[in-house]
Design a protein. Sequence first.
Length: 545
Amino acid sequence: MSKRRPTRKRSGLSEIPVKNEPERVNAGFQVGATAVILAAYAAFLVHPINLTDGDLGRHLKNGELFLQSAFIGNTNLYAYTTPDHPFVNHHWGSGVVFYLIERMAGFHGISLCFIAVSLTTLWLFFHLASRYSSFPLAALLAIVVMPVLITRHEVRPEMFSYLLSGLFLHLLWDYRYRKRGSRWLFILPILQILWVNLHIYFFIGMMLVAVFLLESLVKIAVDRSGESKDSRDQCKVLAAILFLTFVASCINPAGIFGAVYPLFIFQGYEFPVIENYSVSAILKAGFQFLPLVYCQIVFGTLGFSWLYALMKDRSNLSLANFLLTVFFSAMAWWTIRNFAIFAYFALPLTAVNFSKAATGWKSNSSFSMLSISGCAAGVAVLLVLINPLYFFGGGRGKFGFGLKDGNRAAADFFLRENLQGPIFNNFDVGGYLIYYLYPRQRVYVDNRPEAYPPSFFEDDYFSLLVNDERWRNSMRLNRFNVIFMNHRGRSAAGESFIVRRVLDPDWAPVFFDADVIILVRRHDANHSVIARHELPKEVILQRMN
């Protein structure tokens, strides 16, 4: 006789199944464990926003200009040095989102939005890992990849690419395993219209569709039974979605050129941004890049999962999954800024490869729940012990929401004292100046290497930092009136330049805080500012050290 699940009756309603106690405990445990994982992730992302060394300020100004006058710049309008240089504004939509949130909820709202998007993204990839493997394995792998995910803890447009990548993968996996019908895939071109205007990684959407289309084509080619109707149907649907996704990618201010712009962005990208270094370059130069060891752990875990699947569970091998592994591994190896998106994809890809091993680990008993918790805690402690400073060192910044305390003090000083340009500034602080001073003042440079001619950094910017003769020639040509620079954690060339200008009799330091130094040129127009605010050079140099 078959056993009936216990039921209870309600007046006027049909019988409602009642879950047995182990199922209730299991579901509650999974919800609690998921909450702990997401809370731990959030804890490492909650840092005050520092506009002086990021590009959020420029994104906010992009959003302001669009909402006030429907303007999307296609030249380097923020800089007085190369104002006519063409520029593809591939992330203007993110600026609109950030600006709307800032207007409605301030910088605290931006912080909360970033946390919400990041947690949703992790949940998407974690849910995929759990759904197509097992919850215990997904939980352990989430802990393994988390040290890599937290490398990207600043508010940037890339957060939308991570989220949309998870949505694309979710729908494509569900379609491949027949958990969703083909109609769901027609959401993807709509999402692609958003993506192409939010962040340059929109090409990943087209790549994901293409990978699953290729897998279906290979299935048809190798099917000898003649029963490949499902694969043919999938090919037709995925081919249509790929075409529509490319068309959607052309719906951007630059049209078809914007759709193919990711192929050309690094032509003329001459500024040596460390996050664009490859793993090989980091290892060769001997840089101490703390996330590298954790990314190597994820690389090793993902690679071992493929060896396991090849030897123990060949029925679970997937061409699409293999191509995704190769693609995102190559992205991470090519440039370290891609560590996070690699880790997101490594989570479900590794879990699926180990799914056969995970079937024997049930989580519906007290003993197994204790085992899972113990293993998870042990893995977490081991990862922390590898380098505790990476997680809890001062370099990660303080815990908090919204704008960093005193972050706008330098801009307030500039405006209150009615300082005039031209401004000479460093690369990182450009976004800060754009947000607070444009259009009243334009910058010398900002942190968009692609927005400047290839020769600008070598022949102008870098040469002024290291060559005082070139600096004096440029000062006569540009008539710099203000030097506005980050002074902490910058390059050796930048710090040396600041020291020389502090000691330069032609310049007077008038503002100094935890992030920024402002110097004004000694002439009549700045006499009253210097008289009121000049700082002792010895004090400045001591505080810089």
